[in-house]
Design a protein around this ligand. Structure first.
Ligand SMILES: Cc1ncc(C[n+]2csc(CCOP(=O)(O)OP(=O)(O)O)c2C)c(N)n1
Ligand SMILES: [Mg+2]
Length: 331
């Protein structure tokens, strides 16, 4: 297991490293604030927090441009931030405001921004697979070297759509990278109970694609594995499956009483915190000082405060717009 002391990468310069740190910190603070606001009754609907898993979204998206596609799931705030979705529009979406990324009609589980290649968070477990596979087909036809990344959970790996999509992506050699975020649980069910194999990556062999398991708490392990898979996809050599072993710090959803795991387990993961690990690595290698990193943390807090002020002051959609920007079937 890679620990806080020995995470490193020789291929990234200071600007890139600080950008990764800042994005991870933005996700962490965004989620902590969302948790507090939810507890205060400010956010309608369900909220699933991504805190603890930041290294996965950031390590993968560091290789992507706005031309590339991603699909996400119910725990999607981190993917949105890593792909560059505006956090004002995200908070406005959480609050159902017209200025929201989906004009306030999607909420936490349905944030999308197609201009950023973020094709959507998704409340239906396993629905990102066909979307990403379709985006991969588009990318292949476009011939511009675009890729599609599908982020999904360990629970989602047991849906039929997982197998169907990996099979099609394998047959058609689509530029899709399937990124498993194995956080050990699907709701309250441990992965050892719900999965027939030890590692999700083993399943790649069934679809003739490379499969790799990495430490999802180590941003550099994720970054390097994703870099290889994405470069392979851009070269037209087809899909890959990367499994990142990670952990969510909060409950399955906000309000979860969390009776299915111990305090010791949570504490043991928190002691290997992915952001702290990166911070320690940057300081130990003389890349950034504590003061510089504290300054970045403060800027992140200010941006999140600004996003909340903006969203709280933003108007709700008008009643007559209830049926615009949504798919509705009339009888
Ligand atoms: C098709 C479908 N079945 C069940 C649910 C209820 N549900 C929501 S999240 C979840 C667990 C997902 O676990 P995992 O894929 O591991 O993601 P994690 O929550 O751990 O990030 C379930 C069963 C759903 N939303 N959609
Ligand atoms: Mg899970």
């Amino acid at each position: 297991m890679v620990t806080q002391q020995n995470i490193t990468s020789n291929t990234l310069d200071k600007a890139h490293l600080l950008k990764m740190y800042e994005q991870m910190m933005t996700i962490r603070q965004f989620e902590e604030r969302a948790g507090r606001e939810f507890a205060a009754g400010k956010i309608p609907g369900f909220v699933h927090l991504y805190a603890g898993e930041e290294a996965v979204a950031v390590g993968v998206c560091a290789h992507l441009t706005d031309e590339d596609f991603i699909t996400s799931h119910h725990r999607g705030h981190g993917h949105c931030i890593a792909k560059g979705v505006d956090i004002r529009a995200m908070v406005a979406e959480l609050l159902g405001r017209e200025a929201g990324a989906c004009r306030g009609k999607g909420g936490s589980m349905h944030i999308a921004d197609v201009h950023k290649g973020m094709l959507g968070a998704n409340g239906i477990v396993g629905e990102g697979f066909p979307l990403a596979t379709g985006a991969g087909l588009t990318a292949k036809h476009n011939g511009r070297g675009q890729v599609a990344v599908c982020f999904f959970g360990d629970g989602a790996a047991n849906q039929g759509t997982f197998h169907e999509s990996l099979n099609l992506a394998g047959i058609w050699k689509l530029p899709v990278i399937f990124v498993a975020e194995n956080n050990g649980y699907a709701e309250s069910t441990p992965v050892t109970y719900h999965m027939s194999c030890r590692d999700i990556a083993e399943r790649a062999a069934g679809y003739s694609m490379p499969g790799l398991t990495v430490d999802g708490l180590n941003i550099f392990a994720v970054y390097e594995a994703a870099g290889e898979a994405i470069a392979r996809a851009r070269r037209g050599e087809g899909p890959s499956l990367i499994e990142c072993k990670t952990y969510r710090y909060y409950g399955h959803f906000e309000g979860d009483t969390i009776t299915y795991r111990t305090r010791e387990e949570v504490a043991s993961y928190r002691s290997r915190d992915p952001i702290l690990a990166l911070r320690n690595s940057l300081q130990e290698r003389g890349i950034a000082s504590a003061e510089e990193l504290d300054g970045l943390d403060k800027q992140v807090t200010e941006r999140i405060d600004d996003a909340w002020r903006f969203a709280e002051a933003a108007p709700l959609p008008q009643p007559e717009e209830a049926l615009t920007d949504v798919y509705v079937q009339y009888p």
